[in-house]
Each structure stands twice: as structure tokens, then as C-alpha cells.
Ligand binder design. Structure first.
Ligand code: ADP
Ligand code: DP6
Ligand code: CO
Length: 355
């Protein structure tokens, strides 16, 4: 009998950024966050898990290379938590095979650059937890699984849902209320699209984990942000999503990206995630919006950057073609590097490769 299951999860890109932990072991954040889960197949992790009595330890392969599972590390925690849920199920149903007692082998693949600021840890740990939930036939809801994915990588908890998702920071010291909830399903606002501009696929110099820890330890601006800025922004952007108000959504998304990168700069020593090309893309979007606003129209596009130089541009479907043309026009190299990662959407929705 082969006990094996495969699952996949897409990345999510935050509009209100998670940056800072109040508990580094349980991965409890210093603020709420909110993201959009991408729904095309371009940025996704696919993970297969197998349990077998002949295995002698838990093992993980990432993109074909074996990665060490550190004792008490994040991957080990996720596996242990999933085995615990399986053991509960086996206690209730004594006829089920005792999979919780077998070691697992897990193989995962990302179809986009890993650790380059395109949220691979989010799709990666979401897919890992989903594949184990399927292997163990668990009845868990996405919010319950988000509690476990969160302990792999904070941003992963939001990839258990599609559409518009909040990660509520919670207040319980054991983390039992720090989970992802759906704000609105994808179908609520199908006109919204994300364009991914890959500025660099290099592994980032400072991982999200170590960068945000340094920020918590040294930045005074972070304290202002978590107390006085994020709570109000969460309310306003959630309302904007419910009302499909793109102008407000765009304004807050850009403000929050800016403040996240300001907080990175306020860290000692400072962290620079954006580069000159990232900043040039910001100028392009600012100018694009200015033309619309000067003519009495709304904001038409919103840039946002995670912990890396790569741009994500949120816009409405009616503007996608125009923005892709604009980017290709200003960054002609984009043409020469057509789609090395398969990021071009079939309908031109996601993906323009800028280098
Ligand atoms: P990113 O911006 O890509 O999320 P991070 O620094 O947050 O970068 O995390 C990158 C790390 O996430 C990788 O070094 C690896 O440990 C983990 N990771 C990425 N993809 C996967 C995956 N598919 N399965 C398991 N872990 C993954
Ligand atoms: C800038 O979730 O990668 O993308 O919890 O330490 O694994 P760890 O960090 P991670 O941080 C993501 C930071 C961000 C913003 C966001 O996704 O909310
Ligand atoms: Co990450």
C-alpha cells in the first residue's frame, strides 16, 4: 500500500505587510496583514508527501535538492503538528492505518524563483501543510491549517485561502487565534489582476526572517507603524475590497509598501530590498496614475514590493494591456527576456518579465 498525496498552493502578495514577530518560535506577528492570493498557475509550489514504514527519518527535497530538516526548526514543527492531528484522528478511528507513526518524505517544486522576494515561503509551507493534510485525510478547515502553515512561514497562513485574505494577529500567547480568514473570495472582484515584474531572480541578501527580526530590535518607526498606522489601514482596505473601490485599495497598497520599505531603511544596519529598477517602476506607475488623476479620474494601478526588488502591480483588467505596453516601452530589455519563468499569463494577466 502506497500512502502518498500531492497538493499545490499559490503565492499571495500582501497589500498590508507583515513585518515583525512578537514570538519568533510560534511565529506570532506584531500586526495584522492582508493579501491577495494569485489565482493563475504561474507562481505556485507543488508538494508531494509520502509516508512509509520503511523510512528511517523525515526528509525534504526542494527543487530537486535535499534540504536539512533541522530538529525543532520550522519544517519539523509543521510535520510534528500534522502528525499530532493525524494521531488524534487515529485515536478516534482505530481502523485507520497508523500513518502518524511513519516517517515522511516530502518533495516540493516551485515554478518561479525561490527566496527572491516573490513569497516562495508562503506558497511553499502552504503546499507542504496541504499535502500532509491530504495524506493524513484530515477534516481540517483552511483556517485550522493556516495555524500550522503560519509556524512554517508567517505569510504562508494566508495562502490557504484564495482571493482576499487577512491574517489576524490574535492576542492569545499560544497563537491559537493568530490565523487567516477570508475577507472576500476571488469571484467577488474578478476584474482585479496582478502583474509580476521580475527585476531579479537572485536569492535576496537578507532573508525575511532575519530582516524583520533586526527591524523589531532596532526600528522606532516600526513601533509607530504597528500601533498607529496598520490598524486603521486594515479597516479601510477591507472596506475598499468589499466595495470594490480600486482607488482606495490602490492608495493604501502603495502607502503600505512604501512604509514597509521605510521601516527596512530604519533598521540598523539598514536593509535595502528595492533597487534602481524597482524605483524606476514606482516612478512609472506614479506618472501613469498622475495622468489619470489630473484628468479627474481614479488611480489606475498600485505597485507593491515584498522583501526583494521585484514589483507586483495590481490593476483592473481594462488597464492590463496598457500597463504591460508601458513597462515594455520603458524597459526594452523586457522583450529580450520574454518569459524565462513562464510568467506570461495566457490572457496577459500576470507576468511581464523585466530585467
Ligand atoms: P521568499 O521571499 O521567497 O518568501 P523567504 O526568505 O521568506 O523568501 O523564504 C525562502 C525560504 O522558504 C527558502 O529558503 C526555503 O527554506 C523555504 N521554501 C521556499 N519554497 C519552499 C517550498 N516549496 N517548500 C518548502 N519550503 C520552501
Ligand atoms: C515582506 O513570511 O517570508 O513578504 O515568517 O519569517 O518566514 P517568516 O517571513 P515571511 O515574511 C513575509 C514578509 C513580506 C510581507 C508579507 O508577505 O506580508
Ligand atoms: Co517569505
Amino acid at each position: 500500500m502506497v500512502y502518498q498525496a500531492t497538493a499545490s498552493a499559490p503565492v499571495n502578495i500582501a497589500c498590508i505587510k507583515y513585518w515583525g514577530k512578537r514570538d519568533t518560535k510560534l511565529i506570532l506577528p506584531t500586526n495584522d496583514s492582508l493579501s491577495v492570493t494569485l489565482d493563475q498557475d504561474h507562481l505556485r509550489s507543488t508538494t508531494t508527501s509520502r509516508a512509509d514504514p520503511s523510512f528511517t527519518k523525515d526528509r525534504l527535497w526542494l527543487n530537486g535538492t535535499e534540504e536539512e530538516i533541522k530538529p525543532n526548526g520550522r519544517t519539523a514543527t509543521c510535520i510534528a503538528e500534522m502528525k499530532r492531528l493525524r494521531a488524534d484522528l487515529e485515536a478516534e478511528k482505530p481502523n485507520e492505518p497508523k500513518l502518524s507513526q511513519f516517517y515522511v518524505h516530502i518533495a516540493s517544486k516551485n515554478n518561479f524563483p525561490t527566496a527572491a522576494g516573490l513569497a516562495s515561503s508562503a506558497s511553499g509551507f502552504a503546499a507542504l501543510v496541504k499535502s500532509l493534510a491530504s495524506l493524513y485525510q484530515l477534516p481540517s478547515t483552511p483556517s485550522e491549517l493556516s495555524l500550522i502553515a503560519r509556524q512554517g512561514s508567517g505569510s504562508a497562513c494566508r495562502s490557504l485561502f484564495g482571493g482576499f485574505v487577512a491574517w489576524e494577529m490574535g492576542s492569545s500567547p499560544d497563537g491559537s487565534d493568530s490565523l487567516a480568514v477570508e475577507i472576500a473570495p476571488r469571484e467577488h472582484w474578478p476584474e482585479i489582476h496582478a502583474l509580476i515584474c521580475v527585476v531579479s531572480d537572485d536569492k535576496k541578501g537578507t532573508s525575511s526572517t532575519s530582516g524583520m527580526q533586526r527591524t523589531v530590535e532596532t526600528s522606532t518607526l516600526l513601533q509607530h507603524r504597528i500601533k498607529h498606522v496598520v490598524p486603521e489601514r486594515m479597516k479601510v482596505i477591507s472596506e475598499a475590497i468589499k466595495k470594490r473601490d480600486f482607488n482606495t485599495f490602490a492608495k493604501i497598497t502603495m502607502q503600505d509598501s512604501n512604509q514597509f520599505h521605510a521601516v527596512a531603511l530604519d533598521t540598523d544596519p539598514p536593509i535595502f530590498y528595492m533597487n534602481d529598477v524597482s524605483r524606476a517602476i514606482i516612478s512609472l506607475i506614479v506618472e501613469y496614475n498622475r495622468v489619470s488623476v489630473d484628468a479627474g479620474g481614479p488611480l489606475k494601478a498600485a505597485y507593491t514590493y515584498d522583501a526583494g526588488p521585484n514589483a507586483v502591480i495590481y490593476t483592473l483588467k481594462e488597464n492590463v494591456k496598457e500597463i504591460v505596453e508601458l513597462v515594455v516601452n520603458y524597459f526594452p530589455q523586457a522583450n529580450q527576456f520574454k518569459d524565462p519563468f513562464g510568467l506570461f499569463g495566457s490572457d496577459g494577466v500576470q507576468g511581464n518579465v523585466v530585467t
